[in-house]
Every structure is written in C-alpha cells, then in structure tokens.
Write a new protein. Sequence first.
Length: 348
Amino acid sequence: MLLSKMEYWWYRLSTVLKSIVTLYTLSPEKVKAFVDSYGIYNYDWANEEELIRSFGADYYAQVKRSVIDYYSVLNHLCAIGQVEKMYIPAAMDLSKSLTANQKLFEKKMCQDLGLGKGSRVLDIGCGRGRIASHVARLTGADVTGMNIDENQLESAWKYVRGTGLAGQCQFKLADLNDLPLPFPDHSFDAVYEVGVFTYSRDLKKLFQEIRRVLKPGGKFACLDWMRLPNYNPQNPHHADLMRRIKPLVGAIGTPSIEEFSGKVQDAGLQVLINENASIDGLQAPLIENADQFFSMVTKGVERLVKWKLLPAHFKTLFDRLTQDGEAFVEADRLRLVTSSHYLLAEKN
C-alpha cells in the first residue's frame, strides 16, 4: 500500500525533526570522528601498500571504523533532504524530482529482477532500509537487508514496524568484507546493491559469494560508482576532481566498467544488462538539484548558528557535507565518473 500525500509529508516532517534532534545532541567526539572519517576516501583499495603504510597491516579495522563514523552521522544529514536513501539515482525522467527518480529506478530494478510476492531478496548495504521497504511494498517480496552500521539498522527496524512491513523485511548487522556472507547456499531469488560496492576489498570474491547465495536462475542487480574511459589519472584536473568527489560520494574503490563487469563474469554470473541508466548517461541535473538544496540549507544553518539558535557544530557538519558538489557535476558532464552505472546478471 502506497503512502498518501498527507502520510508522506507527515513522515518527512517527523524524519527531519528526528534527524535535527540527533544532530543537535552529537558529542564533540562524534563530530570530530565524522569530519576525520572523510580522510579514508583519500585511499583506494587498488593501492593497498599506501593503506598499509598509513594504518599498518590491519588497516581494514581503521577503514571500517571510519566508514561507520561517516555513515552514522551522514544518514541523518541526508535525511533532512531528498537523499534519505543516500544515493543520487539514475536520471530517468528529468521532469520529476530526485525522489521520484529513485522510485522509478527501484521499480525498474524490481522488474528486471523478476520480483513478486514471496520472492526472497538480499539487499547488501541496506542503510536505513528505505530501498528495502520500497521493494517489499512494491512487489510483495521478503527482503533481508545487511549493513555494518547499527545506527542505520535501528532506523530501518523502526521504519518497517511503523509502516506494517516488519513481516516482509528483516535487517542484519553484517560486513560485506567479512566473507563468506552469513547466509546458506541458494538462499535468495535475487540480490541487489545500490552505491555500496566501492567498499568491497575483493569484488571477485564478493560476486562469488553472491552467486553462492543465489538460487539457480536467480539475478543480481546493482547501481554503482564507476570510472569512465574519459578519466585520465595523469591529467591533473581529472585527478583533482576525483580527489574532491570521492569524499563527497563516499567512495574508496573506483573500478572501471570493464573491471567491475569482468569480475562479475569471472565469478560465474552471466551479465544481461551493462549500461548507464541515466538519460544520455548524465546525472548532473539531479546532482545539481541535491547540491542546491543542501547549499540553501547550509546558508540557513549558518544564520541560525550565528544567532545561537543551533550549536556551532551544525555549521561544521553542513560545510563538510556540501563541499565540492560542483566538482561532481563537472566530472559527470565531462563523463569522467558516474554513480548511475547499472548492471544486471544471472546465475545459470
């Protein structure tokens, strides 16, 4: 059952207020941990030696801690705007809002996965569970979400209980890098992820695990961050844009389309769709929409902090959140990177 307009706006208002209260009560230590966590995006899995030099042989423990510090605050910042689901969707209909384009993409993904009542689905990196909830409501499927951040999982549980979806959705604390995945063989009819696999240390092993937990004929779908052929790491401007964008979108690994899809195939999955899901391959209009909204909010926050109606750390949080949005728009228009590459694969 879809939410009425009144129910939707009441939900949005209550969500915004809850996020503001949570942000208001953040300790100085939590604020510092969030700001410091952005440093992890200066690294890339492809350069493991640099990670080891910086953090030691057990570098992943620091990476994981930073990612949790990042998302435990970011999810509340994003919930204030249109990106509660924490992803910029493929631009599928430019006459519609960012949120409407998220729903359009999720509907397409469900159709491509062949989901229906009783389908068992795994959402890897489920965040606040809002995509999982939409998938369950739209298709009647039973969705299991996994994520490393207890804060977001608590929000996911509260949401499904409040919307009557607790019978279709469940959530599990789990790390996509802690393999094997905590599910038996042939557990799911479908697996999907949205903007999460940049955090995978070993994509091939993860895809092998996805193949293991899929039933025969089961499908995997993803919308994710990719490096495009136009990107030249030797071009100083390209490299600078990449350096600025990765913290903004929360990206560590930046695989090319060929690297990503190649590892899907190496894991024994047949690729059915491998394309940019945005109109003309560009997300820029939706990125600009989100950037303009949060820039406007940031200006309002600055005034409220100046008038001492909000604590000073609100300015710190929103300044960091809105930094370098224009770099993402420029790189998208130059077709250097995208976060709307769509892939669908099947287990034969």
